[in-house]
Design a protein around this ligand. Structure first.
Ligand SMILES: [Zn+2]
Length: 281
């Protein structure tokens, strides 16, 4: 079973990606959370353009990706879990938790270090918040993120299937928690104990630095609650809050070419954590 899954890895990834993207797009049209101000055509073509650039660059830059490295580690006995001979089911749970925590911590670092914020702010500069926002990451951030994942995989030695599940899950939850879908408050309240919901993650896309620097989780909501970065709701309300950052607010800034050079433009501004010129509120 595992062999069949791993042999069809690219197909599995693309099938989940397209199916979830399509389902969320339909849901956004049927039951939107916020009113749309910018035509979908501009944002969707450019945000999906970033996905193509990211995918090509990551494939070109790394001779081996996370699942491939996990297979290699399994075969050669590398990494903590392989050295300890941890049973498969336990390895699976530990690996998914460890990878998710690593991504959470990486996300905090991308907000804390001004040079990294320059890369990550491209994700936050989207002027609306929908399923394609969850795919809009600067290629250099994607490369650094893959580097970190490879490091975790080499050190931990997770089962290859755990890495594949984690990557498919992260891709799916990132699309879900950025989607502009209306989930009734009562359901959201229960759901956000299990997974990061759109209402939880929208707080992170507020224009106010104190809200931007909260709710860093992409997948599991527990890290924010455990480590003190959880903020339940935006202070201006989900429907009226301003999405984005103070820089890069023109429609031209939403184009692919501007997104790619954005890290080099303007100051790092007041967003990085503990900046003295931040509003601190
Ligand atoms: Zn962020």
């Amino acid at each position: 079973m595992t062999e069949i899954v791993l042999a069809n890895e690219p197909l599995i990834r693309i099938a989940f990606f397209l199916a979830i993207l399509a389902a969320l797009a339909v849901w956004e049209v049927a039951a939107p959370r916020r009113r749309r101000e910018i035509p979908r055509l501009i944002r969707w073509t450019n945000n999906l353009g970033v996905v193509v650039v990211d995918t090509v660059l990551v494939r070109l830059a790394f001779p081996i990706l996370a699942v491939g490295l996990a297979l290699m580690a399994e075969a050669r006995g590398w990494g903590l879990l392989n050295v300890l001979g941890v049973p498969g089911w336990l390895g699976l749970i530990v690996s998914i938790l460890a990878l998710d925590l690593a991504i959470y911590l990486q996300h905090v670092m991308f907000h804390a270090v001004p040079a990294l914020w320059r890369l990550h702010r491209m994700h936050h500069a989207d002027l609306e918040f929908d399923v394609t926002t969850g795919l809009r990451f600067h290629p250099v951030e994607i490369l650094l993120s893959m580097g970190l994942k490879l490091g975790v995989v080499a050190a931990l030695g997770p089962p290859a299937i755990a890495v594949l599940i984690f990557e498919v899950l992260l891709n799916a939850t990132s699309m879900f928690n950025h989607s502009n879908v209306d989930i009734p408050h009562g359901i959201d309240k229960v759901l956000r104990w299990i997974v990061v919901t759109p209402d939880m993650h929208r707080v992170h896309h507020s224009i106010h630095p104190s809200e931007t620097n909260s709710n860093f989780g992409f997948n599991l909501p527990w890290w924010d609650r455990l480590l003190g970065t959880y903020r339940p709701q935006p202070r201006e309300g989900h429907e009226t809050m301003t999405i984005g950052i103070e820089q890069f607010r023109t429609r031209r800034d939403l184009w692919l070419d501007r997104m790619l050079i954005q890290p080099l433009r303007g100051p790092a501004s007041g967003y990085p954590i503990n900046r003295e010129n931040g509003d601190g509120t």
